[in-house]
Design a protein around this ligand. Structure first.
Ligand code: ADE
Length: 420
């Protein structure tokens, strides 16, 4: 039983981690429990101002159990993935002393201390935008800070991987490779940073959040079905991806957009081919996704060299990576022409870096209506009002950060509960 003085203290740490988008996809596990992939993957980390998770972790002798709140609602912490991350960080915890608060925690005390976790995503968790990647990276990073863990980022990425595979890549900013590793215990399956976010800062990332009524197959069960039934997956993982990884690393290091775009589109298309090759087949993209691919393919063809790359994860949302702001504004004009907003509100139709709208010459809904049909499309080209819910404009961004300003803390240190 904690003494009254002990029961009073609450130690907290708050961090923020970005999400990431794979340009060479992770699909298929060789070990389900340890989350070990069948191939290497490469991603770009998005600007945390636009897509990130913020997490406060608190520890106190007054807490009788571990608890978690996600976006203000309490969720069960019973899942094995949360438990794996907590266990691995607790194992590496060290002495902590907060002189201001007069708190001393010995390394061995962390095993007995329970934690409260409050996490908030700055984008809709249900939009299918890899929220668990940002979430688990943030959890591991912030728990590591709270418990004064000394491990390098590679080791942290390996722990985040055990929460959600792609979370290991959100431990770094810029372009990141998840090396699949060879060891059975997963100790060499971790992320490395290829280049930081300043290396290729011309790139502009536009996400079309596509309206979908369909319940999607979860990545976990989809991957399992693919591993069990798709003959194409073996070919992809063993014969195609290793060469693509080398070419993609080269394209990124040399900022070779043409090569980058061709590899990104080809890899997204092969990932979805592998989903179709699964029994029963998995359809993540829908008609809107296919229309966006066709729009980009036609424009790239008309330009002679690729100006925009597309990639789709386990859902219908399109992620478009433009060579620079000029090409981003031109592709945005095309997208807005084909997918005008359903609601009469331009402000909520573009989130993140809204300044891309003025680059595209769009200040009002009337400007969207006045956009000319894209010349490379067969005229009169059809419009699909309402098929895109909204757009997010972002850029390559930095990795996790500690937030020291009290205003970011999501747990009330008086009550130990998530702030309302
Ligand atoms: N899953 C989705 N969002 C998350 C978050 N912020 N933290 C942990 N798990 C999540």
């Amino acid at each position: 039983m904690a003494t009254e003085a002990e029961a009073q203290w609450v130690l907290t740490a708050t961090g923020r981690s970005p999400t990431n988008i794979a340009v060479i996809k992770y699909w298929g596990k060789r070990d389900e429990a340890l989350i070990l992939p069948v191939n290497d993957s490469i991603s770009v980390t998005l600007d945390p101002d636009h897509l990130s998770a913020t997490t406060t972790v608190a520890a106190s002798p007054a807490f009788p159990s571990d608890r978690m709140w996600l976006n203000g609602k309490e969720i069960a912490l019973s899942g094995g993935r949360f438990q794996s991350c907590l266990r691995e960080i607790r194992k590496r915890a060290r002495d902590v002393e907060d002189e201001k608060k007069g708190i001393k925690v010995k390394k061995e005390d962390w095993e007995k201390l329970h934690v409260h976790i409050a996490s908030y995503n700055n984008f809709p968790t249900a939009a299918g935008l890899a929220s668990s990647a940002a979430g688990f990276a943030c959890l591991v990073f912030t728990l590591g800070k709270l418990m004064n863990v000394n491990e390098d980022y590679g080791e942290l990425s390996s722990i985040a991987r055990q929460g959600s595979g792609s979370a290991c890549r959100s431990i770094y900013g810029g372009f990141v490779k998840w090396c699949m590793g060879k060891n059975d215990d997963g100790s060499d399956s971790m992320a490395v940073q290829l280049v930081d976010e300043s290396h290729w800062d011309d790139l502009v990332i536009i996400i079309a959040v596509v309206s979908s009524k369909q319940k999607e197959t979860s990545s976990t069960s989809g991957m399992r079905d693919t591993v069990e039934t798709s003959p194409l997956l073996q070919y992809r993982a063993q014969t195609v991806v290793p060469g693509r990884i080398l070419k993609m690393e080269d394209a990124i290091k040399n900022r070779n957009f043409e090569s980058f775009a061709r590899l990104t589109c080809a890899d997204s298309n092969q990932f979805h081919a592998v989903c179709l090759d699964t029994s029963p087949p998995i359809f993540y993209m829908n008609d809107t996704s296919h229309r966006i691919i066709s729009l980009v393919e036609k424009w790239n063809h008309a330009e002679g060299t690729p100006q925009v790359a597309y990639t789709f994860d386990a859902g219908p949302n399109a992620v478009l990576i433009a060579r620079n702001r000029k090409t981003a504004s031109l592709v945005l004009q095309r997208l807005l022409y084909c997918f005008p907003p359903q609601e009469n509100d331009l402000d909520s139709y573009m989130v993140g870096d809204k300044s891309i709208l003025s680059d595209a010459g769009v200040q009002s809904l009337a400007d969207i209506e006045a956009l000319p049909p894209p010349p490379e499309m067969k005229s009169p080209s059809q419009k699909f009002k309402g098929d895109v819910s909204y757009f997010i404009c972002s850029r390559p961004g930095a990795g996790p950060k500690v937030l020291t300003d009290e205003s970011h803390t999501l747990i009330d240190s008086a009550t130990g509960l998530a702030k309302g």
